[in-house]
Design a protein around this ligand. Structure first.
Ligand SMILES: [Mg+2]
Length: 349
């Protein structure tokens, strides 16, 4: 039976994560993780929930139809998110492998890096990502520190958040080869497909792959990246692409090219959303876990009605219906920008 959508509410929800440098990287020194949060009401009482992730000011662009970056598509990815429900015995028992980005944000001091690595190892994490790209000497020191902490057999990845030009990326990453990163993520402009191909070719002899995709806004870009052998790891994003359908096209193409998919997550709600896509990829498309893992960041899950469940560094399949993006009303109210209590308090400081 068809039901009618009778109301649509969009709210600007922001979390002051910049205060403690959570989310800091080579390009974003003070991000406030935020969401354009959408609730649909229907005539039968059912509700639909969706969101798209931003770093704060980006919400203003996402909520405007006339901005320069086709923003309506991004907002619509929040509107279209609904009703994905997957389960499969193996995943229910073991979960989907995850890696953590929470140990090594660029703005964290060494003591904090060490403590977070120690805690993560105790909790069963074996795959770690380090932010790089602001200062080479600092990167060498921090990457050596992390490699020392996690040992030679655990997996380490590095992420430059688009900081370099092509030649700079090759020489910078070559100098980090000693810590044996599995991939360099976003080494240069996310739009530079042939630049990524040049970097991938240059780094292949060092055993370092190129990972990208969190800023790719449609399947055509992914098609060209795959055709040009410009990436060895496909990083879909549940909000950057036009929601589920566009993501499914990329999953199918990655399978055709036999390139592993390792989704981007973190931010606000990205882990909650993308867990559905990667479970679908495993159960219905790839049936392969080799070199595959989903990003995990441990902030802001407490604001969701059905937050992700991580056990022994694996995403456990969600058992609630829907796309896991319903936020707690109390959290939305407190963080609504600029009138929520959190922001009023912040402005008064
Ligand atoms: Mg990244």
């Amino acid at each position: 039976m068809l039901h009618k959508i009778i109301n649509l509410t969009v709210r600007d929800v922001r979390f002051p994560t910049s205060l403690e440098q959570h989310g800091s990287d080579a390009m974003h020194s003070d991000p406030d993780y935020s969401a354009a949060y959408v609730v649909l009401d229907t005539d039968c009482g059912l509700k639909g929930f969706g969101l798209t992730f931003t770093l704060g000011k980006g919400t203003e662009i996402a909520l405007s139809r006339n901005g320069p970056f086709s923003p309506f598509k991004h907002t619509s990815s929040g509107v279209f998110t609904a009703c994905v429900f997957l389960s499969e015995d193996q995943m229910l028992k073991e979960g989907y492998p995850a890696y953590t980005t929470s140990c090594a944000w660029l703005g964290y001091p060494d003591q904090q890096l060490k403590q977070l690595c120690t805690d993560a190892l105790k909790s069963g994490w074996t795959k770690f990502k380090v932010k790089v790209g602001a200062d080479l000497e600092d990167d060498v020191r921090r990457c050596r520190l992390i490699r020392q902490m996690i040992g030679p057999n655990n997996t380490l990845m590095i992420d430059a958040n688009q900081r370099w030009d092509v030649d700079e990326a090759i020489s910078w990453v070559s100098k980090l080869a000693e810590v044996k990163p599995l991939w360099i993520e976003e080494p240069t402009s996310p739009d530079d497909i042939l630049g990524h191909a040049t970097i991938a070719k240059a780094l292949a002899p060092l055993g370092i792959g190129v990972a990208t995709g969190e800023q790719c806004h449609n399947r055509v870009m992914f098609k060209q990246l795959l055709q040009a052998s410009a990436l060895q790891f496909v990083q879909i994003d549940s909000c950057r692409l036009g929601s589920v359908n566009e993501n499914l096209a990329v999953l199918l193409m990655a399978h055709k090219f036999q390139v592993p998919v390792c989704p981007h997550a973190g931010g606000v709600g990205l882990c909650e959303l993308v867990q559905h896509l990667i479970l679908f990829d495993y159960i219905c498309v790839s049936a392969n876990l080799s070199n595959r893992m989903c990003e995990y960041v441990d902030h802001l899950h407490e604001h969701f009605a059905n937050p992700v469940v991580i056990q022994d560094a694996h995403y456990m399949p969600p058992k609630d219906p829907g796309y896991s993006c319903e936020m707690l009303e109390s959290s939305v109210k407190r963080h609504q920008f600029p009138e929520g209590d959190v922001w009023k308090l912040h402005q008064n400081k």
